[in-house]
Design a protein around this ligand. Structure first.
Ligand SMILES: [Zn+2]
Length: 314
């Protein structure tokens, strides 16, 4: 995956393949998969409704709780092959209806949003892949062409229809997320109607059929806050399997005579132009909470801000 090259800004979370070779050419090679599964160095973790077991590490982070395959009996159908690392270790996720009983006191279930902040690059990349597959599997059990129940194939990466022969592949829905700036290099941040007071972030929305991603940026900004965008520059992307999005991050420049904010009131209840000083003061005063999660929104705002975002005082 492309990485953010600006050394002042941390890399986009969730995106690093971390040296994992996904081995897509092996997914339909049952003999190879069987040998990989039973190899003593192979590591397996269970994913259940977006969660996996993690364990805290001494450096303040965490790692996925993984076991050899012989400790993870499973039907082949619910076994996802995720790839091979540089040392030759193969990784599988197993989809189950519950997480295993705690292997030891330190292991605890965590969802991707929490885990991604704590996990290293390799484990984060593995968990994103597994959660994305699980979300897709859960929501696409039936053939969209004929309605028959489909069966899992290709180590979790295809669903086949036994009735009509259709092959269905994992869905990824493109969404745009954009930091809009004006002529004074102020940033536009908005608050969604369901967010608590003071929470502000970048605008975002789904790409519609028949629309380029640049057009989606222009349309979404106009719809949500009434601002007219001219130039649009792609920054970076981030898989966002909640449940199946790919966030395409942009910086967008408002037209000089189109920068008056008129929020739609349906998606966005409040939006403001912030200078860097405005944002720092508002955050330090506790009036504004900028995005801080693993989301690419935080990276887009930080890239504009030029350094890590300020923290609320106290
Ligand atoms: Zn079918």
């Amino acid at each position: 995956m492309p990485r953010n090259q600006d050394s002042a800004v941390p890399p986009i979370s969730l995106t690093s393949a971390a040296g994992i070779d996904r081995g897509s050419g092996r997914r339909q090679d049952e003999a190879w998969l069987g040998a990989a599964w039973s190899h003593p160095t192979t590591r397996v973790f269970v994913v259940c409704e977006g969660q996996a077991l993690i364990e805290d590490t001494e450096d303040g982070g965490a790692e996925l709780v993984m076991t050899p395959s012989f400790d993870a009996p499973v039907t082949e159908a619910h076994r996802y092959f995720l790839g091979t690392d540089a040392a030759g270790v193969r990784y599988f996720a197993v989809q189950k209806d519950s997480l295993p009983g705690r292997l030891d006191a330190a292991a605890r279930p965590a969802g991707l949003r929490e885990a991604a902040v704590l996990l290293g690059e390799r484990d984060s990349a593995l968990l994103v892949h597994a959660v994305a597959l699980e979300n897709w599997q859960r929501m696409h059990r039936f053939c969209s062409r004929c309605g028959e129940r489909t069966v899992i194939a290709a180590a979790g990466h295809i669903r086949r229809c036994p009735a009509c022969g259709a092959e269905h592949y994992p869905r990824t829905d493109p969404a745009v997320i954009m930091l809009v700036t004006d002529e004074e290099d102020r940033a536009l941040l908005g608050r969604q109607v369901h967010w608590p007071a003071g929470r502000f972030s970048t605008l975002a929305g789904f790409v519609e059929p028949g629309e380029s991603i640049e057009e989606a940026v222009v349309r979404e900004v106009a719809e949500e806050v009434g601002v007219r965008v001219g130039r649009v520059e792609y920054v970076a992307s981030q898989p966002w399997p909640f449940p199946s999005s790919l966030m395409l991050g942009f910086q967008a420049h408002a037209e000089a005579d189109g920068a008056v904010i008129r929020v739609d009131g349906e998606e966005i209840s409040e939006a403001r132009w912030f200078s860097r000083d405005d944002l720092r003061a508002a955050v330090e005063a506790g009036e504004v909470s900028p995005p801080t999660s693993v989301s690419i929104a935080a990276r887009l705002v930080e890239q504009w801000y030029g350094k890590p975002l300020p923290l609320p005082r106290g």
